[in-house]
Design a protein around this ligand. Structure first.
Ligand code: SF4
Ligand code: SF4
Length: 137
C-alpha cells in the first residue's frame, strides 16, 4: 500500500501510539486524522467474525504526535475533540513498547496471527532509541 502522507522520521519519537485491540471497533476515525498515514485497518484473519475489525499502528512510521487521540482545541471552540470514540488509543514510551504489545488484547486468532510481527516491530523501536543497550533479537 502506498502512503502519500508518509514522512521519513529524523529520529525515533519518545512515545508511540498503541491501540487496545479489545476496545477498537475498526471505525477508522483515527486513520482520517493521522498526518503520516501510519494507521491501517488490518485484514480480518481466518478466525475473525464479520463484526471483528481492528486497526493497527505502524510504529516504524508513527511520529508520536497524539493527533489520533485528541485534536488541538481552537480558540473558538475550547473543548477538546477526542478522536477515538472507544478510548482505545494511548501513548506509550517507545522503550516500553515490547511490554505494551503483551497487553494489546484481541481474540486468540488475532494474537496468533499478528502478535509475532507486532513484537518484532516493538523491539525494533525500543532498540532504535539513543542509548539503547538492547541486543538485536
Ligand atoms: S501518534 Fe500521530 S503519527 Fe502516531 S498514529 Fe497517532 S496520529 Fe499517527
Ligand atoms: S478510532 Fe478507535 S475504535 Fe476507531 S479504528 Fe481507531 S482505535 Fe479503533
Amino acid at each position: 500500500m502506498s502512503h502519500p502522507k508518509s514522512t521519513i522520521r529524523k529520529k525515533p519519537p519518545k512515545q508511540l501510539a498503541v491501540i487496545d485491540v479489545d476496545r477498537c471497533t475498526g471505525c477508522e476515525a483515527c486513520i482520517e486524522v493521522c498526518p503520516v498515514d501510519c494507521i491501517d485497518r488490518i485484514r480480518p484473519d481466518a478466525g475473525a467474525t464479520s463484526f471483528q475489525r481492528f486497526c493497527e499502528i505502524n510504529w516504524d512510521r508513527c511520529i508520536g504526535c497524539k493527533l489520533c487521540i485528541r485534536l488541538p482545541a481552537k480558540k473558538s471552540n475550547p473543548y477538546e475533540l477526542l478522536v477515538c470514540p472507544w478510548d482505545a488509543i494511548s501513548m506509550v514510551p517507545a522503550a516500553d513498547l515490547p511490554e505494551a504489545v503483551a497487553r494489546i488484547g484481541g481474540p486468540p486468532h488475532y494474537a496468533a496471527e499478528h502478535r509475532p510481527r507486532l513484537e518484532a516491530m516493538a523491539r525494533r523501536q525500543a532498540e532504535s532509541l539513543p542509548g539503547s543497550s538492547a541486543l538485536p533479537g
